[in-house]
Write a protein that binds this ligand. Structure first.
Ligand SMILES: Nc1ncnc2c1ncn2[C@@H]1O[C@H](COP(=O)(O)OP(=O)(O)OP(=O)(O)O)[C@@H](O)[C@H]1O
Ligand SMILES: O=C(O)C1=C[C@@H](O)[C@@H](O)[C@H](O)C1
Ligand SMILES: [Mg+2]
Length: 264
């Protein structure tokens, strides 16, 4: 994995903002609200060849993007919110796998978990990711657990470029506690303990992504800049080799994913 960001410290934090009122409901995009129109450092400057870069801002030629850029990492690291801004900066499409799963199931994620269980959610997630990777190159925000699935990882390796957004558990906790009810894995019980367990289980797997950047308390555009700079340095080498595609659910390109909970 190419990684020229500094390592964050994974210091534990107390979940004392569990009761934090959701005082920024109109500002953040945790619920997939597209607030880009209100982001003033976010003017959609083209990044194609010859396009003037804003001073100090990295650029990347979007015509090089022949495979999807797939954002992975724990819940709350910014896959959706940073991903949407990255797509706008590059002038390419964005898709959120969690949203696509909800559309396919006709249910919000907590309801899918409640009615069908996590295992069925994961089956649907695998099929939806396979479809999204098949469709066209773009920015893909995955759900936090998607990259933990071996077939999905192989499929992303074959057809995409993966980027781990890596955040300190304390940063994640501050971000996700406000809407923990939308994230079934931490909706009940000791959310901080769960997050720390997920860090321990998942970070070694996220670390196998092609690239990584740190997602800090800095504005979203800082993460976008870091990704664009990293892509511009690494893209030719990353995409030079064609990787094999997996067999199984994640390799299926024609099956409908209309119901993540449908029996196979
Ligand atoms: N770099 C950042 N700077 C400031 N706020 C951020 C940053 N990244 C994410 N956030 C905020 O944290 C919250 C969670 O981010 P987001 O929903 O993008 O995470 P996610 O990785 O998509 O999580 P999930 O896996 O649950 O879908 C949002 O309110 C978002 O605006
Ligand atoms: O970390 C996870 O496993 C999850 C993260 C979310 O994006 C959703 O995909 C769902 O809540 C599961
Ligand atoms: Mg998301």
């Amino acid at each position: 994995m190419t990684d020229d960001s500094s390592q964050p410290s994974h210091s534990p934090a107390t979940a004392d903002d569990d009761a934090t009122p959701d005082d920024d409901a109109n500002l953040d995009d945790d619920a997939n609200v597209d607030d880009d129109a209100n982001v003033d450092d976010h003017d959609g400057t083209p990044t194609g060849p010859g396009a003037p870069g804003r001073i100090g801002r990295p650029v990347f030629d979007r015509r090089l993007i022949n495979r999807s850029i797939v954002l992975v990492g724990l819940m709350g690291v910014g896959k959706s919110s940073v991903g949407r801004r990255l797509a706008q900066r590059l002038g390419i499409d964005f898709v959120d796998a969690d949203t696509e799963i909800e559309k396919a199931a006709g249910l919000p994620i907590p309801e899918i978990f409640r009615l069908y269980g996590e295992a069925e959610f994961r089956r649907g997630e695998r099929r939806v990711l396979a479809r999204l990777l098949d469709e066209k190159p773009r920015i893909v925000a995955t759900g936090g657990g998607a990259f933990m699935d071996e077939e999905t990882r192989a499929r992303i390796a074959a057809d995409g470029v993966s980027i781990w957004l890596r955040a300190d558990v304390a940063v994640i906790a501050r971000r996700v506690m406000k809407r923990r009810h939308t994230r079934p894995l931490i909706a009940e019980g000791d959310a901080m303990a769960t997050l720390e367990r997920l860090v321990a289980e998942r970070h070694p797997v996220y670390a196998t992504a092609d690239l990584a950047i740190d997602s800090t308390d800095a504005p979203h555009e800082v993460a976008v800049d870091a990704i664009i700079a990293l892509l511009s340095r690494t893209w030719p080498a990353l995409t030079a080799t064609k990787r094999p595609r997996p067999q199984g659910d994640a390799a299926r390109t024609t099956s409908p994913d209309t119901d993540p909970a449908a029996p196979q």
